[in-house]
Write a protein that binds this ligand. Structure first.
Ligand code: FAD
Length: 453
């Protein structure tokens, strides 16, 4: 067994993930040194020196027990999340959503961390990956440059991204397969892609819809980032391509060559390809469709596409400043670095999205760090829980272009035996509660896993 008596566990970043991770470790009886570079070294998005500052919206998502955020909250409670209590104590009226007064929330978490006898809050930047036996990096989407450079040294430069280029993701079951066909270009290899065929009128109407849709403007600090120009040239959003000429998309992400539509026996005028997003094959992403169109506009215009009339989106497109690692190559589903036992990542840097999911990732990393400190091996959460499915996704996503993901029902394995759509959300919630209870009490999943599809 390793000797962990040497000193406090370093946790880098007192944001949403790092604060929860530090509290978990300290509450288990181990000393923590929690590093936060603000306010001395600010980020372009944070406004205060508070720990756990929410940088934009103040909502942690729905409280309804059969919504993704509601299920995640129930799982976090079962696992002993500490910051959910703070969120509830600082909540403001927001209908069915858990929204907080961001200043009170940040002040409350900061006070809790400062008051904890086993936590030392150090207001300083950490520039290198710690070499301690157990450590957590939770430095977030705006990780300081020095630390990012050191992480890329450890990970390999190609495994650290500074911007995301998120293409929309749809559920497989919401696609009309009478129109959308499976094929690979030129018939090479397996028919791994699903293809949305468009004839000329449809294509031109789609381009017009893209050009006239409302777009999100990038934040000033994102535009000014010296890496932004190079990134956006490599990964152009569809609205920029469309603005370059009405045929440009057809020679880019909507290229139809080599794709025979089985209904017509020829190539369509344009094609949008969908690539499998998760190992279960329940989700597909729209290849090359990164975009900053406003969310409601994306849903509206993508549902105009043939076979996408009833598309259910589990993620919509975006492009933002975001430091994250290529988790499928680097992390296990316990959020531990594959090549270095005891080094955990938490928060947005793992490729997880959303305030709630990021607090939850700190909870997972903190609990698993405690396992290592005790000399035991961390166990992955069951993939039938939303948090387990999210951790599994970041560690095992088959996508060659891994992009951040938030906790969504679409990540969950199908119910076995199948349940009618109207009952499905409640059934997912019930299964998650059962499996989490079994995980906590018996050390294993409660039910037999569904057959793999
Ligand atoms: C502009 C912007 C808007 C966003 N809006 C939303 C939104 O509306 N809803 C949503 O769900 N998510 C939003 N996000 C994503 C959001 O950042 C995450 O959901 C969440 O804050 C991530 O938690 P985290 O703990 O990983 O990172 P953070 O909460 O950012 O915490 C990381 C902490 O690490 C510190 N740090 C960085 N480098 C170092 C270092 N080297 N040494 C010491 N400390 C360091 C930072 O100062 C920061 O406090 C937004 C992100 C950005 C950038």
């Amino acid at each position: 067994m390793k000797d962990h008596s040497k000193g406090p566990v370093p946790v880098i970043g007192a944001g949403l993930a790092g604060s929860e991770a530090a509290l978990q470790i300290a509450d288990a009886g181990f000393a923590v040194r929690l590093f936060e570079m603000r306010p001395g070294l600010p980020t372009p998005a944070h406004q205060t020196g508070n720990c756990a500052e929410l940088v934009c919206s103040n909502s942690l998502g729905s409280k309804l027990p059969d919504r993704a955020a509601g299920i995640l909250q129930a799982e976090m409670r079962a696992l002993g999340c500490l910051m959910l209590d703070d969120a509830e104590a600082c909540s403001v009226p927001a209908g069915q959503a858990l929204a907080v007064d961001r200043d009170r929330f940040g002040e409350r978490v900061t006070a809790r961390l400062e008051a904890h006898p086993l936590i030392e809050l150090v207001r300083d930047e950490v520039k290198t990956v710690p070499t301690d036996d157990v450590a957590i990096i939770a430095s977030g989407p705006l990780t300081s440059e020095a630390l990012a450079n050191d992480i890329s040294r450890l990970a390999g430069i190609q495994h650290l991204s500074f911007f995301d280029a998120i293409a929309p993701v749809v559920t497989a079951e919401s696609l009309n397969r009478d129109i959308i066909f499976a094929a690979s270009r030129w018939g090479k290899g397996e028919a791994d892609y699903l293809n949305i065929p468009l004839e000329k009128d449809h294509y031109l109407a789609f381009v017009d819809a893209v050009l006239t849709s409302e777009k999100h403007e990038l934040k000033e600090f994102e535009v000014a980032d010296p890496r932004a120009k190079q990134f956006f040239e490599r990964c152009l959003p569809i609205e920029i391509l469309a603005a370059r000429g009405r045929e440009t998309l057809r020679f880019g992400p909507m290229r139809p060559v080599g794709l025979d539509d089985p209904r017509s026996g020829r190539w369509p005028y344009a094609v949008i390809q969908l690539r499998q997003e998760n190992t279960l094959g329940t989700l597909y992403n729209m290849v090359g469709f990164q975009t900053n169109l406003r969310y409601p506009e994306q849903e509206r215009i993508f549902r105009l596409l043939p076979g996408m009339e009833n598309a259910e989106f589990t993620r919509l497109g975006s492009m933002h400043r975001n430091t994250f690692v290529n988790a499928p190559q680097l992390l296990t589903s316990t959020l531990e670095w594959r090549q270095r036992e005891g080094l955990f990542l938490a928060g947005q840097i793992t490729g997880m999205e959303g305030y709630l999911g990021n607090i939850a990732s700190g909870l997972v990393a903190g609990r698993n760090a405690v396992e290592r400190l005790r000399g035991t091996t961390p166990r992955p959460l069951p993939t039938t829980t939303l948090l387990g499915a999210l951790c599994h996704h970041v560690a095992h996503s088959p996508s060659s272009n891994f992009q951040p993901m938030k906790a969504e029902m679409g990540l969950l394995p199908p119910l076995y035996p199948p349940v009618h759509k109207s009952q499905r959300k409640a059934a997912y919630a019930a299964r998650s509660a059962d499996e989490m209870a079994a995980f906590l009490h018996n050390g294993g999943p409660a039910t037999v896993a569904p057959p793999s599809s």
